[in-house]
Ligand binder design. Structure first.
Ligand SMILES: [Zn+2]
Length: 279
C-alpha cells in the first residue's frame, strides 16, 4: 500500500511506439485513427482516478472506431509486454517505477509484471495507458483478476493517485492463542473521510494482506527469538520499540512498523509470548 510517482510517458506516445512496426497497412491505419480516442480516454481516466470514480469509466472505443478488443489487447501482449515488441523498453521502464522494485499494492513482494488497474479485457482504450499500468508482483496481479468494483468504497487503492501521506493506519496486535497469532488491521485516523477509509480497508482485505504480513511476522519472530532470550523483558520491550521507531521512519505503514510497535507494547509477548511461536 504505497504511493508511486506517475509515469512521464503519455498514452499516445506509448501507443504510437507499440504500433510503430505494424506492417499491415489497413491495421496500421485503423490503429492510427484511434490515437485521439486514447488521448481523451487518458484525460478522462486521470480525472476519474483523482476522484476515486474509475468504476464509472465507460469504454466505447471499439464501438466508436474500427478496431476490435482482441486487436487492442494484442497491442499490449504482443507489442509491449513481449520482449520482441517495440514497446518493451517502456514496459520495463514502468516496471522499474517503484522503490527497490517493491510491489506498491502489497508493499512486500517484488515487482514481476504490470497490472492493468482497469482490466484489458473490458477497457481497450487504456490497454497501454501508463497511468493504468501498475508495477506489481504476480500474486497481487492474480488476485486483482476478480475485482469488479461498483462504488468508490469497493475500489482498491490506486498507487499512482491515492496518497496516504505519513498518517499511520496499519496496526498489529498479538493474540494469545495456541499457537499465538500476529493480527494486522486497519485503524484509520479519525480525520480520514469515509471513502478513503473504506477503500483502504477493502484494499487490505482484497489482497489478503493480513495473511501475508502475519506469515512474515512469524518468520521474524522465529529468526529473532534466540537473541530475544538473552534480554530481560524490559530490555526486550525497549529493543522492539527502537526497532518500531526505525521502521516507522523508513515507512510508517510497513508490516514491520506495525509488528514491532504492537509487540513492544505487549507485556505477555515480551515476557514469554514470543517463545510460544517457536515451541
Ligand atoms: Zn504485491
Amino acid at each position: 500500500m504505497r504511493k508511486i510517482d506517475q509515469p512521464e510517458f503519455t498514452a499516445a506516445e506509448v501507443f504510437s511506439t507499440c504500433i510503430s512496426k505494424v506492417r499491415n497497412k489497413d491495421l496500421k491505419k485503423r490503429f492510427q485513427a484511434v490515437i485521439p480516442y486514447i488521448t481523451s480516454a487518458e484525460e478522462e481516466y486521470r480525472k476519474l482516478a483523482t476522484e476515486s470514480k474509475l468504476y464509472t469509466f465507460s469504454d466505447e472505443l471499439c464501438s466508436n472506431t474500427n478496431v476490435t478488443l482482441e486487436e487492442m489487447k494484442a497491442v499490449y501482449t504482443q507489442r509491449m509486454a513481449n520482449s520482441g515488441g517495440p514497446g518493451y523498453e517502456t514496459y520495463n521502464a514502468l516496471k522499474r517505477g517503484t522503490i527497490n522494485r517493491t510491489c506498491p499494492i502489497c508493499g512486500q513482494r517484488k515487482v514481476s509484471t504490470l497490472d492493468h488497474y482497469l482490466p484489458k479485457t473490458s477497457y481497450p482504450s487504456v490497454v497501454v495507458t501508463p497511468i493504468n499500468l501498475i508495477p506489481a508482483c504476480s500474486d497481487c496481479n492474480k488476485i486483482k483478476l476478480d475485482d469488479d468494483p461498483q462504488t468508490s468504497e469497493e475500489e482498491t487503492l490506486h498507487p499512482y493517485f491515492d496518497d496516504l501521506g505519513s498518517d499511520r493506519f496499519l496496526l498489529a496486535e498479538i493474540i494469545k492463542d495456541n499457537p499465538p497469532v500476529v493480527n494486522f488491521y486497519i485503524h484509520p485516523p479519525v480525520e480520514w473521510d469515509k471513502v478513503l477509509t473504506e477503500k483502504v480497508k477493502n484494499h487490505f482485505d482484497s489482497f489478503k494482506l493480513n495473511l501475508l504480513y502475519s506469515i512474515h511476522a512469524i518468520d521474524e519472530i522465529v529468526g529473532q527469538a534466540e537473541y530475544w532470550k538473552q534480554l530481560n523483558t524490559k530490555d526486550l520491550k525497549d529493543q522492539l520499540a527502537l526497532q518500531a521507531e526505525s521502521r516507522r521512519k523508513a515507512h510508517p505503514n510497513s508490516w514491520q512498523t506495525a509488528f514491532y510497535e504492537g509487540a513492544s507494547q505487549d507485556d505477555w509477548f515480551c515476557s514469554e509470548g514470543y517463545k510460544k511461536f517457536i515451541e
